[in-house]
Design a protein around this ligand. Structure first.
Ligand SMILES: Cc1ncc(COP(=O)(O)OP(=O)(O)O)c(N)n1
Ligand SMILES: Cc1ncsc1CCOP(=O)(O)O
Ligand SMILES: [Mg+2]
Length: 216
């Protein structure tokens, strides 16, 4: 699997969709298909916080085929070994989500993304160990996750001017506030609420994000 062919390339600014933190795969599958059919989505990250491994496995079984059938890379949050074992397209790891170097070796040519908060140093470390993308945030207030680090557009500008490795912006991003991030060079905008909590439903959320991420 080639990361670029699976949506991790630095052409334009694309949507990186993250699941809600809790879901029932049997009912969520239709909402997911509706969202993915509404427009361009580069990646889907399964992010089930506090779920047992059996629940995560079941969600991967049900949801991964829906993403992969649409050429949307399926990325598992937090657990590189499980991502590898279940045949996911990649894993996203935070700074405390295990051994990044071991994950890079294990995942070989699959996607490895690493959270770098608002740190140039962490991002350079992630780049050196071979991450396929670095993630910066939070850019805006969010109810989805407690905010410990706050990032600004200067970081995106610096990274995108200096480095080839794609960068992902995350945290409170919506169609209404994302223009400065797109202008600053974000390769991907990662969102939860902007799609799943969109007042007109997830398909409208994807369409709104797609319309807002066209680089001017
Ligand atoms: C694309 C993307 N960026 C950042 C995160 C956050 O990862 P982490 O810091 O490990 O926090 P949790 O998501 O695990 O709560 C992410 N998941 N995806
Ligand atoms: C997982 C994560 N990491 C930093 S902010 C965040 C939550 C993103 O969700 P939303 O798009 O709803 O703010
Ligand atoms: Mg994590």
């Amino acid at each position: 699997m080639n990361a670029a062919s699976q949506g991790v390339s630095s052409e334009g600014c694309r949507l990186y969709l993250i699941t809600p933190p809790r879901l029932d795969p049997a009912t969520f599958r239709d909402r997911l298909a509706e969202a993915l059919d509404a427009g361009d989505v580069a990646c889907l990250q399964l992010r089930l916080k506090d779920a047992a491994q059996d629940e995560i496995k079941r969600a991967v079984e049900v949801l991964m085929p829906i993403a992969q059938a649409r050429d949307v890379a399926f990325i598992l949050n937090d657990d590189a070994k499980l991502a590898h074992a279940l045949g996911c397209d990649g894993a996203h790891l935070g700074q405390t989500d295990g051994d990044h170097e071991g994950a890079r070796k294990l995942l070989k040519d699959r996607i490895l993304g690493i959270t770098c908060h608002a740190s140039r140093h962490l991002a350079m470390e992630a780049g050196e160990l071979g991450a396929d993308y670095v993630a910066f945030g939070a850019f805006f207030p969010t109810d989805t996750k407690e905010t410990v680090h706050t990032a600004g557009t200067d970081l995106l500008e610096w990274w995108s001017e200096m480095m080839e490795i794609p960068c992902v912006a995350i945290g409170g991003i919506t169609a209404a506030n994302c223009a400065p991030l797109v202008r600053a060079g974000a390769d991907f905008l990662a969102v939860v609420g902007a799609v799943w909590n969109h007042p007109e439903g997830p398909a409208a959320g994807v369409r709104a994000m797609n319309a807002a991420t066209v680089r001017m």
